[in-house]
Design a protein around this ligand. Sequence first.
Ligand code: AMP
Ligand code: MG
Length: 494
Amino acid sequence: MNSPLRTEPSFPFDNSYARLPDRFYAKLAPTPVPAPALVRVNDGLARELGLDPVALASPEGVAILAGNRVPSGSSPLAMAYAGHQFGSWVPQLGDGRAILLGEVVDRQGRRRDVQLKGSGPTPFSRMGDGRAVLGPVLREYIVSEAMAGLGVPTTRALAAVTTGEQIRRETMLPGAVLTRVAQGHVRVGTFQYFAARRDGDALRVLADYVIDRHYPELAGGDRPYHALFEAVVGRQAKLVAQWMMIGFIHGVMNTDNMSVAGETIDYGPCAFMDIYHPDTVYSSIDHAGRYAFSNQSRVAHWNLACLGQALLPLLGDDEEAAVEDAQTILNGFPALYEAAWLAGMRAKLGLLDPHDNDAEVVKELLQLMAVGEADFTLTFRRLSQFGADGEPVRDLFKDPTAFDAWGLRWQGRLRAEERPDAVRRAAMLAINPAVIPRNHLVEEAIQAAVGGDFTVFERLLSVLAKPFDDPADPAHYMVPPRPDQVVHQTFCGT
Ligand code: AMP
Ligand code: MG
């Protein structure tokens, strides 16, 4: 019986992507599931979006989050895109297991997509079942929210539900749906999709859409599509540099997994490093290390070359000149990335006055960390404590004496600076996290959840929401995994 007091979730949808031409998507509703049950609603994010978290958690809300009910004002669709997967061209990918419900304008006036992931088959599903399973849904929830806490541009997790279905993977696993929020879901692969079809009109419509939505300051400029390419290059350079500051490995940097809005998107076999090594790879499918930690800027550059290629028809009628312009913009990437990386690393080391050899100082430390098998996060956290009580950095290195010479030189640099110790310390502690979603912690939360206990997941989320604060239980959340806890491989779970 319907009670008059029931809270009907209302989404103030305004769906700009659904107003684009038909060939940009397939319009269809999510496929209902047998027994939706709420895992959690992200209350803070809901409020930021102008949504009522209580209504979202009600049976009507959960029906929407599971795809059993299409909310009023939604215009559900699966987006079309293509992409290079591990370097191989795939002319048609598209949302094979996601449905964009619509867009809402958040409290800051930013337009945000609300998308269900795991919501059933679409015309883009190819051989897939259109579903997601609980483990990867929780992994994306945890890691994307951790990234947000760390200040890295990212898609967000608004909610997770279980579906009551068992999904066939290597074994039968509980089905789940993630509600993802993004500034947008246009990917490098979306441009590639239309470029490959020689659909210049669609390319122009898409580029205008992206400018209007993500780069409005470029509209009406002299050469807006050149400016767009340049702006995307700039945002990606900054984004990947931010990943490198926190030891984040995306794991599947295919061109369909690179958002032109500059957000981290499509969390699959992603992972944070414990022990630093530049060649670190966790993804079970990345055999050649294409997406290894230290390869990420090169891959971003490669992906941006694909974007440049796709944009060529918009860069002028003279093809040779267009290629040259695209190349010039693309060539700017390494310097932009290096500058963002160096600025970030200098800040992580608390260095205010620039010196010519700063890059060397950083690289020497990284080299010592790699050889000494030092924990990435703890090294910078302990360096931040320099001059106060705290555990010695040197103890993190297999051979502590190997760190000492570098440590002394670094201390000399700090002493030569005007900034008082306490001020520097506060600045460093505010950017060098105490907690990251270490693989074993994520795994522990998933295992407990699959067994029906979501409290481990909830506690981890609350700690990760404040990654720069020392957690109440540092012995659990800050320490690297014991040998028996080390996660060697991560899986995309598709
Ligand atoms: P991803 O590796 O998650 O970025 O996905 C790559 C492509 O495969 C995208 O087009 C997805 O929509 C599609 N895909 C992944 N998993 C599934 C699935 N279970 N069912 C249908 N399509 C999927
Ligand atoms: Mg993807």
